[in-house]
Design a protein around this ligand. Structure first.
Ligand code: SAM
Length: 454
C-alpha cells in the first residue's frame, strides 16, 4: 500500500515536471521567434529565413508588400529612379501628342518642335542677361544706401530691385517731379511690403500706386517707416489685380495730375502676371491716362495648377485645345527650381531641368505675343543672377524703345546720377538711410529677429 502511494506520487511529480518543461520550452521558442522578428527588417521578415511568408500575419504581409513596392520604385537605373523614369516617359508621351509627330521623329527633336508650335522665339538658355546698369555693383551700393534692411533680405532683393528700377527708368525717361509735361506715376502690382514701390518713388521722384490683394501687417508696410514726404507719395489699394476698376483708377490719377504711368509687377505667382497684362490693357483704354510700359518679373508658373486656373490661362490665350499639355507644363515647372544648379542634393536630371525650362518658355510665349499687341518694343530678359532668384525671367514692354538692354555710356551715367539724387533726397528727409527693418518681427528665412515680438 505504502509502495503504491510512493510510486503514485513519483508519477505525479514526473508528470508535473514534464508539463513544466514543455511549457517553458514552448515559451522560450515563441520568445526566440519574436525577438528574431524584431531584429529583422519587415521586408526580410516577410519572406522568413526559408523564403516562405506563410507564417506572417496579414498586417505584416501588407506592410511587407508596401515596402517592397516602395523599394522597387526607388530602384535606381542609370542614376534615375523608376518613378522618375515613369514621369519622364509620361512627359515624353505628352510632347509627342502635342507635336503630333510620327514615331520616327527622335525624342531629341521634340523640344524644338514644341517651341515652334507655341511660337517660342527665344529659349530660356539663350535669353540675354539684363541686370541693370553695367556697373550694377556700384549702382546697388547707391540704391542700398537709401534704405536700411535686414542684411540677408537686402542681399537677395537689392539686385532684383535695382534691375527693375533701371528698366522703369528707361521707360519713363528720368526723374519726374520736376520734369513737367504731366506727372508720371509707377503702379506696382502685387506690391507686397512696398519696399520696391518706395525705392521706385525715391529714385524716379514720383508717386507710386501700390496694389495687392493682401493688406500686409502694419509692421511690414514700407510706407509706415518712410518719412512723411515719401510716405505721402505711396498710395495703397487692397484689390486683386484682376478686379481693379481701371476707370476709377484713371479718375483717381487724373485728380492728382498724373497722366502717364509705368507698371511693374514683380513675382506675382501663377496667373498674377497674366492679370497684370490684362490690367495694362484695361488701363490703356481709359481716357486721360497713358501706359508708357510694363515690367513683369514672372514667377511660380506651377501655381497655375488647378483645372480652373489652367482653363482660365488657356482661355486668355486661345489655347483651350492644348489645355492638357498646358497642365503638363505648369505641373512640371518645379523640376527646374528643385533641380539643376538650384540644389546640389536634387535628384532631378539635366533632361528634367531642360524640360521645365521648355515648359516655362511655352507659358511665356503667349504673354509676349499679347504684349506685342500693345507695345512696339517687347523683350524677355534675365533680370537678375540665379544666385539672387531662380525666378529671373522678366518681360519688358514699352513705347519708348529697346534701350532697356544694358547700355554703357550716357544712359547709365544718367541712371547713376538719378541714384545719387535719390540718396541726397533721403539724407535731406531723414539725415540717414530710411530704416525699413520691420519692428516686432522675426524671420528665420532671413535670419532676422528685431526682438520685442511676442
Ligand atoms: C512674392 S510676393 C512679391 C511682393 C513684391 N512684389 C516683391 O517682389 O517684393 C507676391 C505678392 O503678389 C500678391 N499677388 C499675387 N497675385 C495677386 C493678384 N492676383 N492680385 C493682387 N495681388 C497679388 C501677393 O499678395 C503678394 O503680396
Amino acid at each position: 500500500m505504502m509502495l503504491r502511494t510512493l510510486s503514485g506520487r513519483f508519477l505525479l511529480r514526473a508528470f508535473a515536471l514534464a508539463l513544466l518543461t514543455a511549457v517553458v520550452a514552448l515559451w522560450l521558442r515563441r520568445r526566440g521567434r519574436h525577438s528574431a522578428r524584431l531584429d529583422e527588417t519587415p521586408l526580410s521578415n516577410a519572406r522568413g529565413p526559408d523564403g516562405s511568408s506563410n507564417k506572417l500575419t496579414k498586417q505584416e504581409k501588407r506592410l511587407a508588400r508596401k515596402l517592397e513596392k516602395k523599394q522597387k520604385a526607388q530602384t535606381v537605373h542609370q542614376g534615375v529612379s523608376k518613378r522618375q523614369n515613369r514621369k519622364m516617359d509620361e512627359v515624353t508621351k505628352q510632347l509627342r501628342l502635342i507635336t503630333d509627330v510620327s514615331q520616327d521623329v527622335p525624342d531629341a527633336d521634340l523640344p524644338r518642335l514644341v517651341r515652334k508650335k507655341f511660337g517660342v522665339c527665344e529659349a530660356y538658355d539663350s535669353l540675354s542677361e539684363d541686370y541693370g546698369p553695367v556697373d550694377a555693383a556700384a549702382a546697388c551700393d547707391l540704391l542700398g544706401a537709401c534704405v536700411q534692411r535686414p542684411p540677408l533680405y537686402e542681399q537677395k532683393m537689392l539686385p532684383q530691385e535695382l534691375s527693375l528700377i533701371h528698366k522703369l527708368f528707361t521707360i519713363v525717361g528720368g526723374r519726374h517731379a520736376s520734369s513737367g509735361g504731366g506727372e508720371v506715376a509707377i503702379v506696382d502690382l502685387g506690391a507686397g511690403n512696398g519696399n520696391l514701390g518706395l525705392l521706385c518713388s525715391l529714385v524716379l521722384d514720383c508717386p507710386v500706386v501700390l496694389i495687392d490683394r493682401v493688406q500686409p501687417h502694419a509692421e511690414l508696410q514700407a510706407e509706415n517707416y518712410a518719412p512723411p514726404a515719401a510716405a505721402s507719395r505711396m498710395l495703397r489699394f487692397v484689390s486683386d489685380v484682376g478686379m481693379v476698376d481701371t476707370e476709377a483708377l484713371a479718375a483717381f490719377l487724373a485728380v492728382r495730375g498724373i497722366r502717364r504711368v509705368a507698371v511693374v509687377a514683380k513675382h506675382l505667382c501663377g496667373l498674377g502676371s497674366d492679370l497684370a497684362l490684362e490690367f495694362v490693357e484695361n488701363l490703356s483704354k481709359q481716357k486721360g491716362v497713358e501706359v508708357l510700359g510694363i515690367v513683369v518679373a514672372t514667377c511660380c508658373v506651377n501655381k497655375i495648377d488647378s483645372p480652373a486656373q489652367v482653363q482660365r490661362y488657356c482661355e486668355m490665350y486661345s489655347l483651350v485645345d492644348c489645355a492638357s499639355f498646358v497642365m503638363t507644363c505648369t505641373r512640371h515647372c518645379t523640376w527646374r527650381t528643385t533641380g539643376g544648379q538650384a540644389n546640389s542634393q536634387s535628384k532631378m536630371t539635366d533632361w528634367q531641368v531642360q524640360m521645365s525650362e521648355l515648359f516655362e518658355d511655352v507659358i511665356q510665349a503667349p504673354r509676349l505675343e499679347r504684349m506685342r499687341k500693345h507695345f512696339p518694343h517687347v523683350d524677355e530678359v534675365l533680370f537678375a543672377p540665379k544666385e539672387h532668384t531662380l525666378q529671373n525671367r522678366c518681360l519688358v514692354g514699352s513705347h519708348s524703345g529697346g534701350s532697356h538692354q544694358s547700355t554703357a555710356g550716357s544712359h547709365d551715367e544718367a541712371f547713376m546720377s538719378v541714384l545719387r539724387d535719390a540718396h541726397k533726397d533721403v539724407i535731406k528727409m531723414c539725415g540717414r538711410a530710411i530704416d525699413l527693418c520691420p519692428k516686432g518681427i522675426a524671420s528665420s528665412k532671413y535670419g532676422y529677429d528685431s526682438g520685442g515680438h511676442s
